[in-house]
Design a protein around this ligand. Structure first.
Ligand code: UDP
Length: 500
């Protein structure tokens, strides 16, 4: 049956993030930025994510203020208790490519993702990790598609170069003894990137490994899209962006997204009070604890939303932090230790001994924590969101990368941007203690100066006339151009949350 399409529909963009906190968070920020630009947004996530967002975040009330905003959920075909990450991530990708793909195509073809005033999706913005099947669907249905990679441009470029590395024989990595040798097959990173700095997927002995092959394929899909959005800025990753542009001409670096959004909200005089995009229950008690600590005295430690530590790693970090004699705030998620380990008991014992200087939470309001005057350093896993949040807050880092893009990010933090130290592949209490002291005392001035400089550049890029600000304006213009129907901004305030 032919649908009645009202004249003058605003553009409707479908945002479809990968199912992890580090993807959902920047996608929600993008949703708000687009909403402020008058674009109607449908935010589609798997039920697994959708339910956790409704439980732990304030998205439901916050997005009511955005005209035409719709939350929708889609099945990933897996039972609720499936971990969807770690060793089981391949099953997850497979399920998405089979179950979700079919459902998504149906939803788009039957206009289930729109509203009365903007019934059809006029542009898809899909996660770079879900690029292949979403681009196939978009091509079939003749809907323009833009990819959004939530990782750094340098990591995207390293992933993009995987086929070169296989072709020139640098992958598979020959052995542990080669880890400190320099890689030659990633253009513009010669002399910088060692084998241990390559994305973690490259640490396989079999180049036919389905995860490595899958990631390489997904990252090359940007050449088929109408554009590529990145949460970075020209002044930070200009040379790498130039390389990317030789393959994907239409790149929109619009970050740091959280700062970009904050400035735009402030301009509209929208005060966002303690807003959160969290999939975990946030423990805000650490803010009062921080209030009681001296200026720049606290090392904040958090390894993001996915990283899992072994018992030994947990203990080494604990002793390293304690022996440094510095104050620390440590995020220990309930799922932070490897299954079967008795780390919980060990932790209780250690906790008792360190009440004086340490504070633990299950999940912190990280952006606020990093901006707190008491925080002087960040022990991080180098997730890209964490890296950007720390850089903008002017907080130097100790990097302990775990997986995916993090190995590349930490190399850039220490060797290119010089706003932190890289502790890659080491988890020894003595090294932790030494690095905490370097960041908090010995090399403090040099690192803080570099971080402050970075912070200034970041703020400039998202301010009126700055590079990210202009790139975002261009993105909005392009989205309006993709809308084949004449545009008319809606004054109504429709909001729909799918009944579960
Ligand atoms: N985060 C948070 N509270 C925490 C730990 C992390 O709000 O206690 C947020 C953090 O601000 C960031 C995201 O979770 O926006 C983690 O993303 P990142 O890319 O750093 O790492 P990932 O979780 O993807 O490994």
């Amino acid at each position: 049956m032919e649908k009645h399409v009202p004249h003058g529909c605003p553009p409707r963009v479908l945002l479809f993030p990968f199912s992890e906190q580090g993807h959902v968070n920047p996608f929600l920020k993008l949703a708000e930025l687009l909403g402020l630009g008058g674009v109607h947004v449908t935010f589609l996530s798997t039920y697994y994510i959708h339910n956790r967002l409704l439980l732990h975040s304030d998205v439901q009330s916050r997005f009511k203020t955005y005209p035409g905003f719709i939350f929708k959920a889609i099945s990933d075909g897996l039972p609720d208790d499936h971990p969807r990450s770690g060793e089981k991530s391949y099953e997850f990708f497979k399920a998405l490519n089979v179950v979700t793909k079919k459902l998504l195509k149906h939803m788009l073809a039957s206009d289930e993702l729109g509203s009365d005033i903007s019934p059809s999706v006029t542009c898809i913005i899909a996660d770079g990790l879900l690029a292949e099947f979403t681009t196939n669907i978009a091509t079939e249905l003749h809907i323009p598609i833009i990819h959004f990679h939530v990782i750094s441009a340098c990591a995207v470029w390293a992933l993009f170069s995987i086929p070169n590395l296989i072709e020139n024989g640098e992958l598979p990595i020959r052995g542990k003894e080669d880890m400190d040798k320099l890689v030659t097959g990633v253009p513009s990173m010669e002399g910088l990137l060692r084998f241990r700095d390559l994305p973690s997927f490259c640490r396989t002995s079999d180049v036919k490994d389905p995860i490595l092959q899958g990631i390489a394929r997904e990252s090359r899909q940007c050449t088929r899209a109408q554009g590529l959005i990145l949460n970075t800025f020209e002044e930070l990753e200009g040379p790498i962006l130039s390389h990317l542009r030789t393959h994907c001409p239409n790149v929109y670096p619009i970050g740091p997204k959280h700062t970009h959004l904050k400035l735009k909200l402030a301009k509209k005089e929208v005060i966002s009070v303690q807003s959160t995009n969290s999939l975990f229950k946030t423990d805000r008690s650490c803010m009062a604890w921080l209030d009681a600590q001296p200026l720049k005295s606290v090392m904040y430690a958090s390894f993001g939303s996915v990283a899992v530590l072994t018992r030994d790693e947990l203990i080494e970090f604990w002793y390293g932090l304690v022996n440094s004699k510095k104050r620390f705030l440590w995020v220990i998620r309930p799922d932070f230790y490897k299954q079967g380990d008795d780390a919980k008991d060990v932790l209780a014992e250690l906790l008792e001994g360190t009440k004086e200087r340490g504070y633990l939470v299950g999940w912190a309001p990280q952006e606020e924590v990093l901006e707190h005057p008491a925080v002087g350093g960040f022990l991080t896993h180098s997730g890209w969101n964490s890296t950007m949040e720390s850089a903008v807050a002017g907080v130097p880092m100790i990097c302990w990368p775990r997986r995916a893009d993090q190995q590349v990010n930490s190399r850039y933090v220490s060797e290119v941007w010089k706003i932190g130290l890289d502790m890659k592949d080491v988890s020894d209490r003595k090294v932790v203690e030494k690095m905490v002291n370097e960041v908090m005392v010995e090399r403090r001035e040099e690192l803080v100066n570099a971080a402050d400089e970075m912070c200034k550049l970041a703020v400039k890029s998202v301010s009126e006339g700055g590079s990210s600000h202009c790139n975002f304006d261009r993105l909005i213009e392009d989205i309006y151009k993709m809308n084949k129907k004449p545009c008319m901004k809606s004054e109504t305030n429709e909001y729909v949350v799918d009944e579960l």
